[in-house]
Design a protein around this ligand. Structure first.
Ligand code: URA
Length: 300
C-alpha cells in the first residue's frame, strides 16, 4: 500500500521527481544501509548519460526498492518517503480541541470571508466549507462547488449531489453519517476546474478539516480531487482500484490516518452512466474496509 504525505510536501517531491524525469533521469540507486535497515546518506539518481544527481532523503530499504521499481516503469510516481524527514509543521489552533464541532468552527473562523485566492473575485457568492458528521468514519472530497452549492453554501446539493446521495444510500449510509468537502471552497467561474494555485491555497483548510474529522476512510471523487490529494498526475484507470494511506502533516499522532480510495465524480457518472458499475466496485471496496454490509437493494 502506498503511504501518502502532506500534499504540499508530496507535491514538492513529485515536482522534483518529475523534473528528474524531464531531464531524462529515471534510475535511482541506493548506497549503503545502516543496521536498522534505513538508508542514511544520499540517494543517487542517474541519467542515461551517466550523470549522477544526489538528494538527501532518509528512505527505508523497501521504499527504495519501490522507487527502483517505479523508476523502471518510467511512469509518473509519488515519492514514498519517511514521514518525519521534514518535521517543521506548526500546530494548528484547533489542535488539542477535543470537540470536533468546535475545532471545525475554529477552522471556519480562520477561513473568514476568504480572499486568499482569485476565486473570491470571480463571482463566488459564498464559501462552501463542508458538511456532515464531524466524527464521520467516511469522508468524501469533491472538486469544487457548482452553481447550486454556491447558492446554498453546502457541497453536493445539485444534480451531482443527488447522485452522491444515492451512492451514499447504496452503501447503507445516510448523508448525515459522512463528511463532505471539496478541494476548493469557492465556485470556479463557469464550473471550470480549479486551478493549481487555487487548490494549493485552499488545501491547508481541507487538511485541517480532515485532521479534525479523522475519518477512517476517504473517497476522492474524480480526477481533480484525487490528483490534488495524492499529488499524482495519473489517469483514473491507474488511480482507482487501490488504497492510499492519507494523513495530513501535523495531525494527531494517535490517529493512524485514513485510507483513501478514488472513484468517479458523480457529475461524470451523470454523463456516462455506464461507469456506475465501476464506481460501485470502488464503493464496495470502501464498505468492506469499513465493515459495512451491502444493503439488500442498492440505490439507482
Ligand atoms: N461538484 C463538486 O465537486 N463539488 C460539489 O460540491 C458539487 C459538485
Amino acid at each position: 500500500m502506498v503511504r501518502i504525505l502532506d500534499p504540499q510536501l508530496r507535491r514538492a517531491l513529485a515536482d522534483r521527481v518529475r523534473y528528474c524525469h524531464e531531464m531524462g533521469i529515471y534510475d535511482f540507486y541506493r548506497r549503503d544501509f545502516n543496521e536498522g535497515g534505513r538508508f542514511s546518506g544520499s540517494t543517487e539518481a542517474k541519467s542515461p548519460t551517466g550523470e549522477m544527481f544526489a538528494a538527501s532523503l532518509s528512505l527505508s530499504r523497501s521504499e527504495l526498492e519501490l522507487r527502483e521499481e517505479m523508476a523502471a516503469r518510467r511512469s509518473a510516481v509519488v515519492p514514498i518517503i519517511e514521514e518525519n524527514i521534514f518535521e517543521a509543521v506548526s500546530p494548528q489552533p484547533e489542535y488539542g480541541v477535543a470537540d470536533p464541532v468546535a475545532a471545525l468552527q475554529r477552522i471556519r473562523e480562520d477561513l473568514g470571508d476568504c480572499t486568499r485566492c482569485k476565486l473570491h473575485r470571480l463571482g463566488r457568492k459564498q464559501i462552501v466549507f463542508g458538511v456532515g458528521n464531524p466524527g464521520a468514519e467516511l469522508m468524501f472530497v469533491g472538486e469544487g462547488p457548482g452553481a447550486d452549492e454556491d447558492a446554498q453554501g453546502v457541497p453536493f446539493v445539485g444534480r451531482a449531489g443527488q447522485l452522491l446521495n444515492n451512492m451514499i444510500k447504496a452503501m447503507g449510509l445516510r448523508r448525515e453519517d459522512v463528511y463532505i468537502a471539496n478541494i476548493v471552497k469557492c465556485r470556479p467561474p463557469g464550473n471550470r476546474q480549479p486551478e493549481r494555485d487555487e487548490c494549493e491555497t485552499c488545501s491547508p483548510f481541507l487538511m485541517r478539516q480532515i485532521a479534525t474529522v479523522k475519518p477512517k476512510a476517504m473517497v476522492a471523487l474524480g480526477a481533480t480531487a484525487a490528483k490534488n490529494l495524492l499529488a499524482m498526475d495519473a489517469p483514473m484507470s491507474e488511480l482507482r482500484g487501490r488504497w492510499y494511506d492519507f494523513k495530513p502533516a501535523g495531525s494527531d499522532p494517535a490517529w493512524p490516518g485514513a485510507r483513501l480510495a478514488v472513484t468517479y465524480h458523480p457529475a461524470f457518472l451523470l454523463r456516462d452512466p455506464r461507469q456506475k458499475g465501476e464506481a460501485w466496485k470502488d464503493l464496495q471496496m470502501v464498505m468492506k474496509y469499513l465493515g459495512i454490509a451491502p444493503p439488500r437493494k442498492a440505490a439507482e
